[in-house]
Design a protein around this ligand. Structure first.
Ligand code: ADP
Length: 534
């Protein structure tokens, strides 16, 4: 016979430990008891695990019982295995009145059949979670309460449903607030409910107090699920920040804000670009929230994307065409230059060569402009940024234009202070900008002077190119920086050009974190300013 008892023994170091003590009787061959054998097993660890398990179960039970939301556990046939205190409190039953009963006895009659059907389907589907649907239960005293329910399924080893744990979110009050508001604002409701745009209102904290069916569609969420939640929870990360700013601004200034671009996160996880118009909502003169219309602009964005794509194709085509044109023009120019400088050539032929050369150069300029535009459009123009001495750049630019100034008999004024700070720039590109602006100044000026000035001011370098030429009308001074735009395109316009030069200048200056603009008076002359950070 063996006896096992659980006891404690004292170790040599005075430590008391838990043990299992098994005692067996020892007999001789005649069956007489001659002693006993004891086996001692240290069970400290098992004991500790047992206590820990009991502790964790207790904690879980406590959590379950004290959870602030109603909670029930069901058997696979819908019988209630357990409910927590909150469940009892809201539905006004005592635990012993509900355990063992079918959960469907507590569902409102009109939903009972569909609730049962969907429950059975869910059991068969063997999914670990289903949720987010609305269900109305009836309390002991007959009051209807609306919940959003979430079901979590646990399975046995054969993957059969063992039990169903359900959390319930009581939205009865939300629904009532909504119904009350709808009743009191009937007229508004009809308008908002039928609007093709999304409409929402929030309270002072930005929590949704109303959303219309169009917004439900944009969000992919039912109003009952999201009323009283924060609108910003349905915005992309970058939009949250913007929306918060706008919200605070509207609250402060109490003024409407329009065309705010936001990205809404659809329930399916993808983003929808929208445009929002937001106004403050006031009651008795106090700010009580916002009212917002939301327009889905995905379609517009798609068209924009397609346009960009076709623009890209056009740029690529321009790029290829320009390269193809450049190859034959280079040798043509070379041969014409040879003829022009040939001592033995006839003067008449040399003149023809000069005309040819001038036109070949013009063609080359056009090709280079087109190539630059396509590089800028595709962001492939390379910039060699380094600290540069500006005097060098000014010298390079003016050297090129001197012959043209002489030909047109203009005066050239250069006012560059000594010791200008060095700036970080691509000297080839900056010189290209200056040549372009000076070239234009000469091209559009028949009498008077061209001035190149520079000054340092407010941590910036200002470069001015002034002329006393034909000038530009004030509504055109902005447009001339756009691609292909040429001001004054009347019949008598005699200046050649492509309308690309200023666009290229503006883009190059932009790449230097600078700005460029024009001021002008028709008939008096123009002043172009470049502002670059030092
Ligand atoms: P392009 O000179 O090849 O036509 P630009 O882009 O350099 O192209 O200039 C665009 C237009 O701006 C010019 O066609 C001209 O109408 C106007 N413009 C530019 N610079 C001046 C200037 N200094 N005086 C008068 N008009 C100017």
């Amino acid at each position: 016979m063996q006896h096992t008892i659980e006891t404690k023994i004292l170790k040599k170091n005075n430590e008391l430990i838990d043990v299992d003590l098994s005692l067996s009787v020892l007999k001789n061959h005649k069956g007489m008891v001659i002693g006993s054998i004891g086996v001692i097993n240290d069970i400290t660890y098992q004991k500790w695990i047992k206590v820990a398990l009991e502790e964790s179960e207790k904690k879980f039970k406590q959590l379950y019982e004290n959870a602030p939301i109603p909670y029930h556990t069901l058997s696979p046939n819908g019988e209630i295995a357990s409910v927590n205190d909150k469940w009892c409190k809201i539905l006004k039953y005592r635990k012993e009145e509900v355990i063992g009963k079918s959960i469907f006895d507590f569902v409102i009659k009109s939903e009972r059949k569909s609730a049962k059907d969907s429950f059975e389907k869910k059991i068969l589907k063997k999914k670990p979670y289903t949720g987010g649907h609305e269900r109305t239960y009836v309390t002991k005293d007959g009051e209807e309460r609306i919940f959003i329910i979430h079901d979590y399924f646990s399975f046995d080893e054969d993957k059969n449903v063992m039990s169903i744990h359900t959390t319930m979110e009581d939205i009865t009050q939300r629904q009532q607030v909504w119904d009350k508001m709808m009743k009191s604002e009937e007229k508004y409701r009809v308008l908002a409910e039928t609007s093709a745009d999304g409409v929402l209102t929030t309270d002072v904290l930005g929590r949704l107090t109303y959303i219309n069916p169009s917004l439900e569609k944009i969000l992919g969420r039912r109003k009952s699920n999201i009323l009283a939640t924060l609108f910003r929870d349905y915005l992309s990360e970058s939009s949250v920040y913007l929306f918060q700013q706008v919200f605070l601004d509207i609250r402060k200034k109490e003024k409407k804000m329009e065309n705010i671009g936001l990205d809404i996160i659809h329930n399916g996880g993808y983003e929808i670009p929208v445009e929002a118009n937001i106004s403050p909502l006031k009651k008795d003169g106090n700010f009580i929230g916002i009212e917002c219309t939301i327009r889905d602009i995905s379609e517009r964005k798609n068209i924009e994307r397609e346009l960009k794509q076709s623009e890209k194709l056009r740029t690529e085509f321009m790029n290829i065409a320009a390269h193809e044109l450049k190859s034959p023009v280079t040798p043509i120019k070379g041969y014409l230059e040879l003829i022009e400088s040939d001592k033995d050539a006839d003067e008449k032929i040399k003149n023809w060569a000069r005309v040819g050369l001038r036109n070949a150069e013009r063609l080359m300029r056009l090709i280079n402009d087109i190539l630059d535009v396509s590089r800028l459009d595709t962001d492939t123009m390379r910039f060699n940024m380094e600290k540069c001495d500006l005097t060098e750049i000014f010298d390079d630019a003016t050297e090129d234009i001197e012959p043209d100034i002489e030909t047109k008999n203009l005066k050239f004024i250069r006012k560059i202070p000594e010791n200008l700070s060095k700036i970080v720039c691509d000297k080839y590109r900056l010189s290209q900008v200056l040549k372009n602006l000076l070239g234009n100044a000469i091209k559009f000026t028949d009498y008077g002077s061209i001035t190149l000035m520079a000054e340092e001011k407010e941590k910036h370098l200002f470069i001015y190119i002034k002329d006393t030429g034909i000038g530009i009308s004030s509504d055109e001074t902005k447009k001339i920086f756009t691609k292909f735009y040429q001001a004054y395109t009347g019949e008598d316009r005699k200046n050649e050009g492509t309308g690309l030069g200023l666009f290229i200048c503006k883009e190059i200056v932009k790449k230097h974190n600078g700005e460029i603009w024009a001021e002008s008076k028709v008939g008096k002359g123009s002043k172009f300013t470049i502002k670059l950070p030092i």
